[in-house]
Design a protein around this ligand. Structure first.
Ligand SMILES: *[C@@H]1O[C@H](CO)[C@@H](O)[C@H](O)[C@H]1NC(C)=O
Ligand SMILES: *[C@@H]1O[C@H](CO)[C@@H](O)[C@H](O)[C@H]1NC(C)=O
Ligand SMILES: *[C@@H]1O[C@H](CO)[C@@H](O)[C@H](O)[C@H]1NC(C)=O
Length: 249
């Protein structure tokens, strides 16, 4: 099955338009898709990094100051775009995969968040420990193969469930900040920015295809713009990056 990224863009544009409509028209919070699954970096991490050996954690005040004044691990003062999307879809905000005890993971059928701050599309993009996109997809595979069948017993129902759920990806800027610009090594020097972007797209496409092959059909790709500000006036060590993400609402 060949899926081109162009096709995915069309799908995501359609879905985003649908969301825009929902945002306007729907005040009811009726569940309109079965689940929201989230892959990405600090723009959508909901606390996975709290469980990892890394400095890229957002578990201190004032993070979460607008989230019941509670720092959950979100790199935000409040909700992330993933939370807002979940709420608009009538779903609970997807919990971080590593924050749910193993024995309870099969009970979560409204979506899970695998995102991890400081990671990227490439395995080599990281700052300390993080869930690379490959690792996130590996965990999603475990959810599909081991956990979900314990709650959704019929194979047909599970197929429909996976096909109707939404898959949000918000990832890519760290492949520049924590890789291309940070390590001008042989590989990176060889590629000009356009070639590097093509390479990233290729890598992203093959990973999206793996999620597709597990049954996912409805993808939303979030375009990352200049919404990440590397902390200004904060002490920075060589291996230390501070990120701040603006709340989108
Ligand atoms: C919010 O949390 C911080 C850190 O725990 C605390 O110092 C502050 O007093 C809290 N603010 C409110 C309004 O509860
Ligand atoms: C990235 O890591 C995963 C394991 O997490 C491995 O399966 C994959 O081959 C790696 N990819 C590259 C390009 O090194
Ligand atoms: C150079 O950076 C790339 C990331 O683009 C990484 O995959 C590769 O392992 C690095 N190579 C060396 C020799 O450090």
């Amino acid at each position: 099955m060949e899926i081109s990224l162009k096709k995915l863009w069309v799908i995501s544009i359609l879905i985003i338009q649908q969301f825009a409509f929902l945002a306007d028209a729907s005040h009811s919070r009726k569940k309109i898709v079965p689940a929201l699954y989230v892959f990405g970096d600090s723009t959508v991490d909901a606390g996975n990094n709290n469980n990892l050996k890394t400095l890229a954690k957002a578990n201190k005040f004032p993070y979460g100051i607008d989230f019941n004044n509670c720092s959950t691990g979100r790199f935000s003062n409040g909700k992330t775009i993933a939370d807002i999307l979940a709420i608009r879809l009538g779903l609970p905000t997807p919990p971080p995969y590593l924050g749910v005890p193993k024995s309870q993971r099969h009970q979560v059928v409204t979506g899970i968040n695998y995102a991890s701050g400081s990671c990227g599309i490439l395995n080599s993009t990281r700052s300390g420990d993080c869930l690379s996109l490959d690792k996130q997809i590996e965990y999603f595979t475990l959810s599909v193969v081991n956990d979900l069948p314990r709650s959704i017993h019929s194979k047909t129902k599970l197929r429909h469930y996976l096909a109707n759920s939404i898959y949000l990806l918000s990832i890519g800027s760290n492949d520049y900040m924590l890789n291309y610009f940070k390590y001008p090594n042989e590989t990176n020097n060889k590629l000009n920015p356009e070639k590097y972007a093509d390479y990233l797209l290729e890598q992203l496409t093959s990973r999206i295809k793996r999620v597709y092959d597990l049954g996912a059909r409805k993808f939303v790709m979030r375009e990352e713009k200049e919404n990440i500000i590397v902390g200004e006036g904060v002490k920075r060590d060589k291996d230390q990056e501070f990120e701040k993400v603006e709340d989108d609402e």
